[in-house]
Design a protein around this ligand. Structure first.
Ligand SMILES: Cc1cc2nc3c(=O)[nH]c(=O)nc-3n(C[C@H](O)[C@H](O)[C@H](O)COP(=O)(O)OP(=O)(O)OC[C@H]3O[C@@H](n4cnc5c(N)ncnc54)[C@H](O)[C@@H]3O)c2cc1C
Length: 425
């Protein structure tokens, strides 16, 4: 049965965005979902609500897919898995691993839904790792009429517009993703490294593991480097050097936010374990990050990264009082029209803020003054202040995406204020 409670108040995970939906639905079957969509005037899906802006909001019907059947079907010969798109990464990963398979990469947390993650171009780290959406081979969606449609890589010419669509192409019910044989990862943390050295040697630092994150203290000049090594591939994964970049190998587990409990985090200290229990920073059964926070992130082309880091250092004293942690990661280029890594390898500069919008907004404006001229692209699911023109300025396929929206959903059933403002619809 679909719950349809007009009084229900739904907030995002951080409880700082209240959705304005008139109705909330939790369909349990595809037929029920199709009826909800067909009958609605305006509809959005809410994944697990881990975004920090109004990207998931609607004045109409909000649909949650958590009660739909949790399907994971592996096609070993094709090297793919077809997955119910509302499932959380944690559950998908556990089931893939049990079947002997893995996703190429994961973001910092496994709590989020696959569809919600992909449509905002959620990413992890790794010079050779693309954002999650780049591994989508096919998508099944419920369109505005309530019909089920399929889109596939290599078959539909405009497929590269679909995986990162900001939730505006329809209700994604299933995703077919590339999988690979399961693998083990060992995670090490280097504490109190020199920010100067991390910046100066950033190409080498990020080439040192399968997935590397540097937590930068832009004001103090120190950083912590989290090194995630593939046990079967990276050089000497179980015997790293005791000091590196002016810092020391941690002998106790750490959390990216100073003062938060390390038990919330995936196992470190070089203990090898399956990919999905090491690539995210946070364990699924604990609160990730801080909980009470805002987040922002900017993707800069790799060749502009050093300039971006210097700009953040210059702003360090303004960033310091309002930041909980700041992380830099690498993402490999892809061909998805709205991906911040569209046709360019990137460094992503992430900021977890104290939940104080009034204090964060002017600092974001100053950061964007420095970063947008370096062709930075904001993360779609996080807080940014750029105008639509500025946010889309470096996306050569923005107009093609707009046409795709108009073709797939001429009446605009799946659009919301966020999408309409961005694409001036
Ligand atoms: C603690 C924390 C850590 C994070 N770490 C990372 C990180 O490491 N890397 C990173 O890139 N981001 C990160 N994020 C951001 C997060 O990945 C994105 O906000 C992501 O979109 C959240 O997924 P969700 O399932 O919660 O989607 P929601 O926030 O619920 O929705 C996001 C968008 O997806 C749409 N959507 C959801 N499901 C569907 C569907 N089935 N069909 C169509 N549209 C749909 C919604 O309408 C909305 O537009 C983090 C966020 C938090 C809170």
């Amino acid at each position: 049965m679909s719950e349809n409670d007009p009084r229900e108040v739904v907030r995002n995970w951080a409880r700082n965005v209240e959705f304005r939906a008139a109705r909330v639905h939790r369909p349990t079957t595809l037929d029920e979902l199709r009826r909800v969509v067909a009958d609605a005037e305006a509809v959005r899906v809410l994944g697990t609500g881990h975004s920090f802006n109004r990207i998931a909001d609607t004045h109409g019907d909000l649909v949650l897919l958590g009660d739909m059947p949790a399907e994971v079907e592996v096609d070993a010969a094709a090297g793919t898995a077809t997955v119910a798109a509302g499932m959380r990464l944690a559950e998908i990963s556990t089931r893939l691993h049990a079947a002997g398979f893995a996703l190429a990469n994961l973001p910092s947390l496994p709590h989020i839904s696959l569809a919600g993650a992909c449509t905002t171009a959620t990413h992890g780290s790794g010079d050779a790792n693309q954002n999650l959406a780049a591994y989508i081979r096919a998508m099944r969606l419920v369109n505005a009429h309530g019909d089920v449609v399929e889109l596939a890589r290599g078959i539909d010419d405009d497929f590269p517009g679909a995986p990162v669509a900001l939730g505006a192409l329809g209700v994604v019910t299933h995703l077919t993703v590339d999988v690979k044989p399961t693998f083990d990862v060992a995670q090490y943390v280097y504490q109190d490294t020199s920010l100067d050295e991390v910046i100066e040697k950033h190409e080498d630092v990020f080439a040192a593991g399968y997935s590397v994150s540097a937590f930068m203290n832009w004001a103090s000049g120190r950083a912590d480097v989290w090194l995630k090594l593939r046990v079967d591939r990276d050089a000497d994964p179980v015997a790293p050097q005791p000091s590196w970049l002016g810092g020391t190998l941690a002998d106790h587990a750490a959390h990216p936010v100073p003062g938060m409990p390390a038990e919330n985090c995936t196992e470190q200290l070089g203990v090898p374990g399956p990919w999905f229990e090491r690539l995210p920073h946070f364990r699924p059964e604990f609160t990730p990050s801080n909980g009470d926070e805002l987040q922002s992130e900017y993707f800069v082309p790799r060749e502009r990264a050093a300039e971006a880091f210097e700009a953040m250092r210059r702003l360090g004293s303004r960033i310091a009082p309002i930041v909980l942690t700041s992380e830099i990661r690498t993402i490999a280029a892809d061909d998805l029209w709205l991906s911040p890594a569209y046709q360019r390898d990137c460094f992503a500069l992430h900021f977890t803020w104290h939940p104080d919008r009034a204090a964060v907004t002017p600092v974001l404006a100053a950061m964007e003054d420095a970063l947008l001229p370096l062709a930075a692209r904001p993360h779609w699911a996080k807080v940014f202040v750029a105008t639509p023109q500025a946010a889309l300025a470096t996306y050569p396929k923005a107009a093609a995406f707009r046409e795709l929206l108009l073709r797939h959903d001429p009446e605009g059933k799946f659009r919301n204020e966020f999408v309409e403002t961005l694409f001036q619809l």
